[in-house]
Structures are given as structure tokens and as C-alpha cells.
Design a protein around this ligand. Structure first.
Ligand code: URA
Length: 218
């Protein structure tokens, strides 16, 4: 099976160069490709955009240590996918259950904006990761870039499946569910409210119900 992650990847010269500059400025930061985090046998895969400078890029774990992770981890916990509502740093005891989090692009991009070629270079890792999902699994795409990266990884046309908050796409044994990205900008402007995000998770829990007696909202 192809690799889902390469900790030493240098496929994107711009990102490799940027990371080495970031490492000089922040010697205590992870500043390298960020590996997927969570349950290897998960039925639920969350796909983000790329590591944030002072979050995943600093801590080495997706959505950990910055604003973008606040609503995500709070909601994952509320719906029974984790043992804690917050993500602070590696070693904080956080564990995901039946859930894994990955990014469409594994390295920090300047200005949070990966170039098209960088998304393409990283796509085989996402494709390999999608192949590990069991039939009936649900993929949550956070934002248009993640949505399009998932379609590309599955060899599907973006024009056949338009991104929309709360939209659901049946993709040959997998269901892709879309949400606006839980970024600081989207949550502070209330483009994405906690209620909107929870409604998406309610639907996801209908698609993959929790084990009985887990105390999760259904
Ligand atoms: N942190 C991540 O790991 N991914 C995002 O998309 C945003 C922040």
C-alpha cells in the first residue's frame, strides 16, 4: 500500500524552504510535515486544509494549539469522538475514538494558502489514507480546498459534487459531508456558528451511530 505520510517529504520546494526558515525563527516548533492524528481504524475522517503556523505547525498535531482547533475538538468531544474537549499539545492525553484528523496539505503554507501544485503533490498521501477507510465511512471536509482535495484523491470531478455547508455526497461506499472551515475568521464572523457545526455532526452521527450507552447526543 502507498504511504499515507512521509515525515521527511520535500516534494514542494516552496514549502520545504518556508519550513526551514520557520525552524530558524522558532527552533522549538515542529516545523515539518504534520502526521494524521487519531484512530487508525476510524469510520470518521476529518480533513482540514493545512497546519496553522502557531498550531499544528508548532505542536506537530493537526488543529492543536491554535484557534482553529477550539470548536473542532469541543464538538468532537460532545459527539463522543474523543476523551477531552480541548487540544493543547502532544502528550496532553487527548485520544480520538473512531475518528482521525488529517490535512489536505501536510506542511505549513505561507499565508495559509497552498498552491495548486502543492495540493496536487500532497494528494497521493490523502488518496492512500482514504483507501484505509472502511465501507460506510464518513469524511468531513472543512472548507472548499479540503472538499476538492478529497474528490481529486478519489478520482472524481469537482463539478459533479459542489461544496456547500452541510452538503452530503454519496461517493461509492463513502459519504463526504461538507462544512465551512472552523477557522478563527469563520467562527469570529459567525459564518460558522457552533450550532451550525453541531448540526453537521448530528447528521454525521446519524450516518455512523455511536456504540450503545456511550452517552453521545444522537
Ligand atoms: N490546523 C490544521 O491542522 N488544519 C487546518 O486546516 C487549520 C489549522
Amino acid at each position: 500500500m502507498e504511504s499515507t505520510f512521509d515525515a521527511r517529504c520535500t516534494l514542494c520546494p516552496r514549502l520545504t524552504c518556508f519550513l526551514s526558515r520557520v525552524r530558524e525563527r522558532h527552533p522549538d516548533y515542529h516545523a515539518a510535515p504534520v502526521a494524521p492524528f487519531g484512530d487508525a481504524a476510524a469510520r470518521f475522517l476529518v480533513v482540514g486544509l493545512a497546519p496553522g503556523m502557531h498550531g499544528a505547525n508548532a505542536t506537530g498535531r493537526p488543529f492543536t494549539g491554535d484557534h482553529a482547533g477550539i470548536l473542532l475538538y469541543e464538538t468532537l468531544h460532545r459527539f463522543g469522538f474523543s476523551n477531552r474537549p480541548t487540544a493543547v499539545a502532544m502528550g496532553d492525553g487527548l485520544e480520538l475514538t473512531d475518528c482521525r484528523i488529517t490535512n489536505a496539505v501536510k506542511c505549513l503554507p505561507p499565508e495559509n494558502r497552498p498552491e495548486t501544485g502543492e495540493v496536487a503533490n500532497c494528494n497521493p498521501f490523502l488518496a492512500a489514507e482514504l483507501r484505509t477507510l472502511p465501507r460506510g465511512a464518513v469524511i468531513l471536509a472543512l472548507g472548499t480546498l479540503a472538499h476538492n482535495a478529497v474528490l481529486r484523491a478519489l478520482g472524481l470531478k469537482a463539478s459533479a459534487h459542489r461544496f456547500g455547508h452541510g452538503a452530503e455526497h454519496a461517493l461509492d461506499g463513502l459519504t463526504l459531508v461538507d462544512s465551512y472551515h472552523c477557522s478563527r475568521y469563520n467562527t469570529q464572523t459567525r459564518r460558522l456558528t457552533p450550532e451550525m457545526f453541531r448540526a453537521v455532526f448530528h447528521r454525521i452521527r446519524e450516518l455512523i451511530p455511536p456504540a450503545r450507552d456511550s452517552g453521545t447526543p444522537g
